[in-house]
Design a protein around this ligand. Structure first.
Ligand SMILES: [Zn+2]
Ligand SMILES: [Zn+2]
Length: 176
């Protein structure tokens, strides 16, 4: 079965990209893949924009089909997916948060991330699953993503930040 865009028949499924519920009637993206645990296929459901950032290849495949449901969103989705394809590590971005303790080490420089400092959360995708992939200093992203822009995805997966948080994060991102 090909990947699909469709209106969610219920409000029960959660998006694999952001873990939030996909509202009934909202357009969702289904990535079809062989079920690694049983015979047949399974679908991973996403908000389309979440898939654009975290699963750009299957999303672009599906966009290339007509997908008339998407009308106005096509360009936005395509731009987000192409941005995510600029570096193989960009789809790992899972949002930003302040480090709740000084325990975690940065995946890039291996130094501890200071308590209260902004960090980038990473996830790894493998065979239909996203698993926690550790954290990055905001400043280490330059090298980790080889200077590719990460801001839009970072904000997209940090929907709970307050206005003030976003400004702080923006300053950290700019290196201020
Ligand atoms: Zn989502
Ligand atoms: Zn670091």
């Amino acid at each position: 079965m090909p990947h699909v865009f469709e209106a969610a028949p219920s409000g029960r499924a959660k998006c694999r990209g952001c873990n939030r519920t996909i509202a009934k009637g909202e357009i969702r993206f289904g990535e079809r893949l062989a079920n690694p645990y049983a015979e047949g296929e399974m679908s991973l459901w996403f908000h389309p924009l979440c898939a654009a950032y975290k699963r750009p290849e299957p999303l672009l495949e599906a966009l290339a089909e007509a997908a008339p449901e998407l009308a106005l969103e096509r360009e936005k989705l395509s731009a987000a997916a192409h941005a995510a394809l600029a570096h193989r590590r960009l789809p790992r971005i899972d949002g930003a948060q302040r480090a709740p303790s000084g325990q975690a080490k940065c995946r890039h420089c291996r130094q501890p991330i200071e308590r209260g400092a902004w960090r980038i959360r990473l996830v790894f995708y493998e065979e239909g699953r996203f698993s926690p992939g550790g954290f990055l200093h905001v400043s280490c992203r330059h090298e980790y993503f080889e200077n590719q822009e990460a801001w839009e995805a970072l904000l997209h997966f940090s929907p709970d930040l307050t206005e003030e948080d976003r400004e702080e994060l923006a300053r950290a991102y700019r290196g201020e």
